[in-house]
Design a protein around this ligand. Structure first.
Ligand SMILES: Nc1ncnc2c1ncn2[C@@H]1O[C@H](COP(=O)(O)OP(=O)(O)O)[C@@H](O)[C@H]1O
Ligand SMILES: [Mg+2]
Length: 228
């Protein structure tokens, strides 16, 4: 469903700070699978997520969503795809401080219809937040806030969830809990989780290793070739 072909992404072209963030990346993301994008800090993980979701244009190469070139789609259409088909969760949760959990989950829909409220409530319940529905973000733990952010990303039944370092500010127990919850939704949606922490990727369908802007097939091979 998302395909990227020979993608390069260069920041600050021609300047002293020019950075090759992604180099000749080919990737095929399939429906209803759970992907982990794994690599150290600065390896290009977030950049790859931005390309896959059409938030950034590649310097060269193509990013296709259901066969359509994301770079040729008009901005208006792209924002419609993003709001209808994509859900985003980031390291910082970006919940609105002055809204309850329930209201935060409803933000993407901008709706007060009963059926939407019911869906939001049942998502929060699924995510173990039944008692937190009417709490404000400051009244909850980091793990709870991150789960509210996941519910918000799921509210419009996205086809793809993009999650960037969502467990980075959580302890291990909460990180595992959040990952377990996400996995439950892979029947309904493709999930792409970016992380530098391999331990949270246990049981995902596919791990994409990224190193210095390139996808590497086998980390061991790389380590061997570096030490030669
Ligand atoms: N907006 C930007 N402008 C210039 N360089 C950037 C920008 N964003 C990221 N970079 C550089 O691109 C490389 C990859 O960054 P990033 O995709 O954020 O990696 P990761 O998410 O794996 O930490 C890094 O060298 C980073 O410094
Ligand atoms: Mg990043």
């Amino acid at each position: 469903m998302i395909k990227i072909e020979n993608v390069n992404l260069i920041y600050d072209i021609g300047k002293e700070t020019e950075t090759y963030a992604l180099k000749n990346i080919d990737l095929n993301i399939r429906e209803n699978k759970f992907y982990g994008i794994l690599g150290p800090s600065g390896s290009g993980k977030s950049s790859l997520l931005y390309i896959l979701s059409g938030l950034k244009k590649p310097s060269s190469g193509k990013a296709l969503y259901n066969g359509d070139d994301l770079n040729k789609i008009k901005n208006k259409e792209l924002s419609i795809i993003r709001s209808n088909d994509f859900g985003f969760v980031f390291q910082r949760h970006f919940l609105l401080d002055y809204l309850t959990s329930l209201q935060n989950v409803l933000v993407p829909l901008n709706s007060n219809r009963n059926e939407d409220i019911n869906r939001a409530m049942s998502l929060l319940k699924d995510l173990g937040l039944e008692k937190e529905m009417n709490k404000m973000p400051f009244q909850m733990s980091g793990g709870q806030r991150q789960r509210v952010a996941i519910a918000r990303a799921l509210i419009n039944k996205p086809k793809v969830i993009f999650a960037d370092e969502i467990t980075a500010s959580l302890d291990h127990k909460n990180a595992f809990e959040v990952m377990k919850i996400l996995k439950k939704y892979k029947k309904e949606t493709t999930i792409i989780v970016v992380t530098h922490d391999e331990s949270i990727l246990e049981g995902v369908d596919e791990i994409i290793n990224i190193w210095d802007g390139s996808i590497i097939e086998d980390k061991k091979k790389l380590v061997n070739s570096c030490s030669k």
